[in-house]
Design a binder for this molecule. Structure first.
Ligand code: AVI
Length: 317
C-alpha cells in the first residue's frame, strides 16, 4: 500500500526529516503542551543559567535600558513570542514606575498563549495599555511600519540561537523591514563562555533535557499514530566551543523500525543513527556586532548579567 500524503505541517516535516540521509526533527516541534511544560522545568533547573541571567538583567537594568532608548514620546513595545511574560514584566514594571508612556503589543501565533499572557500582565498592571496580536509576525510588522509611533521590538530568551545562520539573518532582516529609522530591538543572546558551563546546562544530570527531546517521539506516536519505542532511543548533546554550537540529538540504540498509521509508512533506523533535534548557538560580542550589521542595525549597548553569561543586546535601526 502507498504512503499517505501528510495532511499537516507536522506530518510533512516529520516525514521529510525522518527519511532524510541525515535525520532531523525541527526544534519548533518541542513545544506542544507537554513539551512546553518540560521547558518550564528546564528554565527552573539549577544549571540552566540563561533564564536567571536574563531575569537579572531585566530586573536590575531596565532603567538603563529605558535611558538608552531615548524616546521622548509615547512608544510601542512590540514583543515577539512572549511566553508567560515573567521576564518582560520586570521591564514593564520599571517603565511604569518611571511614568513612561507606552503601548505593549505582544505577538504570538497561539491565541491561548496570548489570552494567558494578557490576564497575567493585567493582574499585575491593571492600567497598562496592552494590545495583543495573534498571527503572523510579518502581517503585524507591516501594519506597525505604517505608523509614526516609535517602536521598541523585544525578542528575549536567546531564541535567536535556535535558528541557523541563514534563518537568523532572514528573521532579523524581516524585523528590520518592519522598523523605522531610530526604532530599537532588544534581543536576548547567550554568550560564549567556559564550555563546561554550557555543556552542563544542556546535558543535565536530572534527565529533564532528555525528557524534552524524548517528548518529540511521544508527540510522533500520539499525533501520527506511530509505535516508536522510547526505550530504544537515547539523548545526546554536544557543545563545540570553536563554533559556539550546542547540537542535540536522539540516538537509536539498535537497528529498528517504527510505523506511523497516519502516514502509512515505516521509518528505519540503524544502530547509533542520530536524529538531530536542536541547535542552540552561543555568540561572542564580535559576532553580535557582525550579525547586527549584516541585518541593517548598529549595536547601541550590550546589557549583561554580573557573570557575563548572557546579553540583552540593544540594537538600533
Ligand atoms: C528556547 N531556547 C532558547 C532554549 C535553548 O537554550 O536553546 C531551548 C532549550 N533546549 C534545551 N534546553 C533549552
Amino acid at each position: 500500500m502507498q504512503n499517505l500524503k501528510p495532511t499537516t505541517p507536522f506530518a510533512r516535516d516529520i516525514s521529510e526529516g525522518l527519511s532524510a540521509k541525515d535525520k532531523y526533527i525541527p526544534s519548533k516541534y518541542f513545544y506542544d503542551d507537554a513539551g512546553s511544560r518540560i521547558f518550564m522545568q528546564i528554565m527552573k533547573m539549577p544549571g540552566y543559567y540563561p533564564t536567571e541571567c536574563e531575569f537579572e538583567i531585566l530586573t536590575q537594568q531596565s532603567g538603563s535600558i529605558l535611558n538608552r532608548l531615548a524616546f521622548n514620546e509615547k512608544f510601542n513595545i512590540v514583543e515577539f513570542g512572549s511566553g508567560d511574560g515573567s521576564k518582560t514584566k520586570q521591564l514593564l514594571k520599571t517603565f511604569i514606575n518611571k511614568k513612561t508612556s507606552f503601548t505593549y503589543i505582544p505577538i504570538d501565533i497561539s491565541q491561548q498563549a496570548i489570552d494567558a499572557l494578557k490576564s497575567n500582565i493585567c493582574t499585575d498592571f491593571p492600567d497598562i495599555d496592552i494590545q495583543p496580536r495573534t498571527g503572523d509576525y510579518f502581517d503585524v510588522l507591516h501594519e506597525l511600519s505604517q505608523s509614526n509611533v516609535p517602536n521598541l521590538f523585544i525578542f528575549l530568551g536567546g531564541n535567536i540561537g535556535n535558528y541557523n545562520s541563514e534563518e537568523a539573518i532572514e528573521l532579523l532582516k524581516m524585523f528590520n523591514s518592519g522598523m523605522k529609522k531610530g526604532d530599537k530591538l532588544l534581543i536576548g543572546m547567550d554568550l560564549k563562555k567556559n564550555p563546561r558551563i554550557i555543556q552542563y546546562a544542556y546535558d543535565d544530570p536530572y534527565g529533564i533535557t532528555k525528557a524534552f527531546n524524548m517528548n518529540l517521539l511521544t508527540r510522533i506516536n500520539y499525533e501520527l499514530d506511530a509505535d516508536a519505542n522510547l526505550d530504544q532511543f537515547d539523548f545526546y548533546c554536544h557543545y563545540n566551543p570553536q563554533n559556539g554550537e550546542v547540537n542535540s540529538y536522539l540516538v537509536s540504540l539498535k537497528k529498528q523500525v517504527f510505523y506511523s498509521k497516519a502516514l502509512n509508512r515505516q521509518f528505519d533506523f540503524d544502530k547509533d543513527e542520530l536524529i538531530w533535534t536542536e541547535l542552540s548557538r552561543k555568540y561572542s560580542f564580535e559576532e553580535i556586532t557582525d550579525l547586527a550589521k549584516t541585518c541593517g542595525f548598529t549595536v547601541s549597548y550590550n546589557f549583561t548579567d554580573c557573570k557575563h553569561y548572557f546579553t540583552d543586546s540593544l540594537w538600533e535601526k
